[in-house]
Design a protein around this ligand. Structure first.
Ligand code: MN
Length: 501
């Protein structure tokens, strides 16, 4: 890819881009990688450029793009991090260093160990600077695109790591498209037979569905026009293959039971238009019961917002899914945390993530972002507190990481992100360790509940504490769900034993 092309993309997304800096990065990296080839036979420089292109499409700034262009220099060439710092300054050198560190992850003897170590490093990098992880994701994305050139054994290992480490992280950061693509690319190498089977099943169905959707879109456009609702965009979106495969497995491989093979996505100007659109859709098409999901008032823990509904289509009543959102929701669903990073401004974002005191004027705006990023913040706090017990911590964190998540609220309206099945004790420890230790009771929506109660999504939880109670109950360990609560309880009990002895 040519540098001019990269700058064009970057400029289209972000007019204030520093062209000179990006050009300088390109010249430096090109010289450093001179003569080096990728396994695919192309010039090495093409790889960091492709990674930078992915980030340019996110609208990332010049610093991040330049760091992406330089990301393999210290590892693979005679030029050092010191050289980069001299030429490009501390910030870019810091980002490149972070990526180099992530790249040094060595394959250990035991797979589990290796896996946990990977996760741990990703989390640490995420806590230091989210941009490092975004560059690493872009790096992996292009490596997956060119995985065909690698030997077979390597293909499997890299694909598996992508599926187990990188796709979940992309998901956690709310970058839906990257997550879906990474999973699909990994799926292809991990289970080639199944991949081809799914491709075959879906091929004719996709065609049929896409044509149907095109006809329905025309009709919905008319319906919404009649009701005077402005549409910014309406399009069909095909489900990613790996997600489809997981769903098919649940439905005995019967593709006729998959309603969102191709879904209709409607983008309307404002939130109230989303609800109006839902109303219009339901006026003209009968909805399927229990399939209306309002992720606007109750966003998914990774911040995803939209309204989903499944309706009986106009022809033969085929079921199909409709997704309704605003442009901002759409942008955030595509770019996730990167969107926040860009639109809230770097400094605010970093302040927000790492400090408790941020300026009052931005409080409202930051509050919204904070709610969505609460998971990243909690993670950082857990890490700080749990370093001594890190093996246990990361082992259980893995379980948290893959479980479905729910949101619960404090009486003040703060959001706590928890795994499904979490209890008031988990909730209490998520607020603060001392709150956890001193818990003696809990109320849900004002009514007392037992401490092993299963919190439901969206509930308001009030924790009742006893001042001066500093030790948890041993039997809490039987029912708590979060790694954080487990580690905290164990630590406190251990400490207490020592004191008694
Ligand atoms: Mn690379």
């Amino acid at each position: 890819m040519k540098i001019e092309e990269l700058i064009k993309i970057a400029k289209a997304k972000n007019p204030k881009i520093d062209e000179k800096l990006i050009n300088k990065g390109y010249d430096f990296a090109k010289k450093a990688h001179k003569g080096q080839k990728r396994a695919s036979g192309e010039d090495y420089i093409n790889h960091p450029m492709e990674a930078a292109k992915i980030l340019a499409n996110f609208g990332m700034d010049s610093t991040t793009l330049t760091a992406a262009i330089l990301h393999d220099v210290p590892e693979d060439t005679k030029h050092t991090l010191k050289d980069i710092e001299k030429e490009f300054g501390k910030e870019i050198a810091f980002l490149v260093k972070g990526i180099t560190k992530l790249g040094k992850i060595k394959l250990r003897g035991e797979r589990e160990e290796y896996y946990l170590e990977n996760l741990r490093k990703m989390f640490l990098a995420m806590a230091a600077d989210i941009r490092t992880v975004l560059i690493k994701l872009a790096d992996r994305y292009h490596n997956m695109q060119t995985l065909y050139a690698k030997p077979k054994e390597k293909q499997f290992r890299i694909a598996k790591e992508t599926m187990e480490v990188f796709a979940p992280i992309a998901n956690r950061l709310g970058i839906g498209d990257i997550k879906g693509d990474l999973e699909d690319m990994a799926f292809k190498y991990m289970y080639p037979k199944k991949y081809r089977q799914i491709e075959k099943i879906t091929k004719s169905k996709y065609q049929e569905r896409t044509e149907l959707i095109e006809r329905i879109i025309k009709k919905i456009k008319k319906d919404l026009k009649k009701e005077k609702i402005k549409i910014i965009d309406i399009h069909g979106r095909a489900k990613h293959l790996y997600r489809l495969y997981l769903k098919l497995k649940k439905h005995n491989m019967n593709i006729d039971e998959i309603y969102d093979l191709v879904a209709i996505r409607i983008v309307v100007p404002e939130i109230r238009n989303c609800y109006e659109t839902l109303g219009v859709i339901h006026k003209y098409y009968k909805p399927l019961i229990n399939r209306i999901k309002d992720y606007i008032s109750l966003p998914k823990p990774n911040g995803y917002k939209s309204i989903h509904t499944t309706i009986f289509g106009p022809e033969k009543g085929q079921l199909l899914e409709v997704q309704i959102r605003t442009p901002q929701m759409h942008r955030e669903a595509e770019f996730g945390i990167a969107a926040h990073w860009i639109y809230s401004g770097k400094n605010k974002f970093i302040r927000l993530l790492f400090n408790k005191d941020y300026s009052k004027s931005n409080k409202e705006k930051l509050k919204t972002i904070r709610k969505e990023l609460i998971w990243v913040k909690q993670l950082r706090n857990w890490q700080k507190e749990s370093l001594e017990d890190s093996t246990d911590f990361f082992k259980s964190l893995r379980i948290d990481f893959f479980n479905d998540r729910i949101f619960a609220f404090t009486p003040r309206g703060d959001v706590i992100d928890l795994p499904e099945g979490a209890t008031p004790i988990d909730f209490a420890y998520s607020i603060h360790t001392e709150v956890g230790h001193s818990t003696i009771g809990a109320k849900v929506e004002g009514k007392p509940v037992p401490l092993d109660y299963n919190i439901q999504n969206g509930q308001v939880i009030e924790i009742i504490t006893q001042k001066g109670k500093l030790t948890p109950d041993q039997k809490w360990l039987d029912f708590v769900k979060t790694s954080m609560a487990k580690v905290k309880i164990k630590q406190a009990l251990k400490k207490q034993k020592k004191i008694k002895l």
